[in-house]
Ligand binder design. Structure first.
Ligand SMILES: Cc1cc2nc3c(=O)[nH]c(=O)nc-3n(C[C@H](O)[C@H](O)[C@H](O)COP(=O)(O)OP(=O)(O)OC[C@H]3O[C@@H](n4cnc5c(N)ncnc54)[C@H](O)[C@@H]3O)c2cc1C
Length: 431
């Protein structure tokens, strides 16, 4: 097996495959090391692939080439209580034409396709290979050690091995332990359902898709739920704050089953045949969780660098992973031109990241993860919203009250004016 390369990428997820693709296209000899038997084999997400201009720059006809399920034209939020639900839905014509705003995808297909494009560009994919350490010389990373295979050498390594990134940890760029308050866990059920049933049930035609998020359905655990339409299946799942889940006595699967049985949700998934369950961690600590992005001979991209923007309104990970992978690749190309792989030589990556939407967005939403550690969001506000809507539409023969009167009556009882003001201020600062 060939052991010397100009760059090594650890992990063939969206971040790693993008980095390898950019570098291979520039003519670098790149190894893309992946522990799965093929890229994407065990990767999962919700998930909606949000629009990625970084991929459109590489593939101008991205939506025709990539293995996509449906493009999202309808986006909804549903507040759920035990007895009722209230939904808002935006259906936008502009989301129904290229460049589409987002797509549902299956990771095994999408990741394998993206890594395949890197291979077509000249990268060497080394699958079934788990990196278990970095190799250092004079304090700088000069390769990786691969379990049962030996050492691969390169003057620079990109750690794109996901949320638990042992590569970044072994290189001393991130801490050895995680703060459960900065982590979430997602569980998902994939339910087969014929395309025609999905189209009719959710009001879709052709490859149009629907993405819906739910608040108030996690039995007191901080978190939310999602339902996304694939071509002929539904992805349905929950995301929980790890610290909150840990202190509850509940298991994710029990909570998922309870969610699927909620009357409002049961109607949406009726007839769906369970295809698989899966679970994965999400780095949700935002800007304050980002480790050192650059070391001597090493860069960190994607979830490995905690580049996930979970604000309660958005959950963006793959678009940030791809952009960071592309920028890491560009920084390595520049380092090859200058011949400088030191921390200073690779600092271009930090600069490019600062200029990109990735760090700008995460910095702007820096307070969002803190705001989301508020139990009222998951219990009291869904009850307030659903209760208020019931009050507005209930006809009981009594004199009508104004919307302000109805709102204040409910809000005083459920939340309290002081909390309401504090929560509004916190949301305004975070979002
Ligand atoms: C339930 C859930 C829902 C989500 N929903 C969304 C969503 O709707 N939209 C969105 O944009 N994002 C979403 N995300 C986040 C998104 O999945 C991640 O941000 C994204 O996958 C990060 O890509 P990555 O390439 O950095 O890491 P990963 O996708 O985790 O890829 C890492 C790769 O490295 C490999 N690897 C790991 N360790 C090693 C090793 N030691 N040696 C070799 N290879 C290794 C893995 O096998 C994997 O292929 C969701 C995540 C979850 C869990």
């Amino acid at each position: 097996m060939k052991t010397n390369f100009q760059a090594i990428v650890v992990g063939a997820g969206p971040a790693g495959a993008s980095a390898a693709l950019i570098m291979a296209r520039a003519g670098l000899d790149v190894a893309l090391v992946e522990r799965g038997t093929f890229p994407g084999e065990k990767n999962m997400f919700g998930g909606v692939l949000h629009r990625i201009p970084a991929l459109e720059e590489v593939f101008p006809d991205f939506w025709e080439r990539a293995p996509l399920e449906r493009h999202i034209i309808k986006k909804g939020v549903t507040f759920v209580t035990e007895g009722s639900s209230f939904s808002t839905v935006i259906e936008a014509g502009s989301f129904d034409r290229p460049p589409f705003n987002g797509y549902t995808i299956f990771r095994p297909r999408f990741d394998a396709w993206l890594a395949g494009e890197a291979v077509k560009a000249g990268a060497t994919l080394i699958a079934r290979s788990t990196v278990d350490d970095v190799v250092t010389r004079n304090g700088g990373v000069v390769g990786v050690s691969v379990l049962d295979r030996g050492v691969l050498n390169a003057p620079v390594v990109i750690a794109a091995d996901g949320v638990l990134s042992f590569t970044a940890m072994k290189a001393g760029l991130r801490r050895q332990t995680f703060d459960p308050a900065q982590m979430a866990v997602g569980v998902k059920a994939l339910l087969d359902l014929p395309k025609g049933v999905i189209d009719e049930r959710f009001g879709l035609v052709r490859n149009q898709g629907f993405a819906n998020e739910f608040v108030g359905c996690t039995s007191g655990v901080r978190g939310g739920a999602f339902l996304y339409t694939n071509y002929d299946s539904l992805s349905v799942g929950l995301v929980f704050h790890l610290a909150s889940l840990r202190t509850s006595s509940k298991t994710p699967y029990d909570l998922l089953n309870a969610f699927l049985e909620q009357p409002q949700v049961a109607k949406m998934v009726r007839g769906g045949r369970l295809q698989e369950y899966s679970a994965h961690l999400i780095p949700e600590g935002g800007y304050d969780m980002i480790p050192e992005l650059v070391g001597s001979g090493i860069l960190v991209a994607g979830d490995a660098a905690a580049l996930c923007n979970a604000t309660g309104v958005h959950l963006e990970g793959i678009n940030l992973a791809v952009r960071s992978g592309v920028l890491a690749g560009q920084a390595v190309i520049a380092a090859h031109q200058s011949g400088d792989f030191s921390r200073q030589g690779l600092a271009t990556y930090r600069r490019l990241m600062e200029e990109s939407h990735v760090l700008k967005d995460l910095r702007k939403c820096r307070l969002a993860p803190h705001m989301l550690h508020n139990d009222r969001i998951y219990n009291d506000y869904p009850e307030l919203v659903c209760g208020l809507m019931e009050d507005i539409y209930r006809i009981d023969g009594g004199p009508k009250e104004t919307l302000t009167q109805l709102f204040l009556k409910r809000a005083r009882k459920k939340i309290g004016v002081k909390n309401l003001v504090a929560d509004a201020f916190s949301a305004w600062r975070a979002l």
